[in-house]
Design a protein around this ligand. Structure first.
Ligand SMILES: [Zn+2]
Length: 71
């Protein structure tokens, strides 16, 4: 799938997670009530130890983290 010629270390399209600094924020899509696809409705960190999420609901941004490790 990758067609990188040049040997660069560019990760690609997704931004790094600023919370843990290790994971990558992956976009998640959802479907609205009318069946329309909502592209990139939420972003989730690929690091399971982080669990950082960003959601967009009707223009409102919600930040959250999964309670992976109680502190
Ligand atoms: Zn993270």
């Amino acid at each position: 799938m990758t067609d990188v010629s040049g040997g660069g270390a560019v990760a690609g399209a997704w931004p790094d997670c600023k919370t843990c600094g290790k994971g990558t924020l992956l976009p998640l899509s959802d479907y609205g009530r009318d069946g329309a696809t909502i592209t990139y409705k939420a972003w989730v960190c690929s690091n399971p130890d982080c669990g950082f999420t960003v959601r967009c609901d009707n223009g409102a941004i919600t930040y959250g983290r999964s309670p992976a490790t109680p502190s």
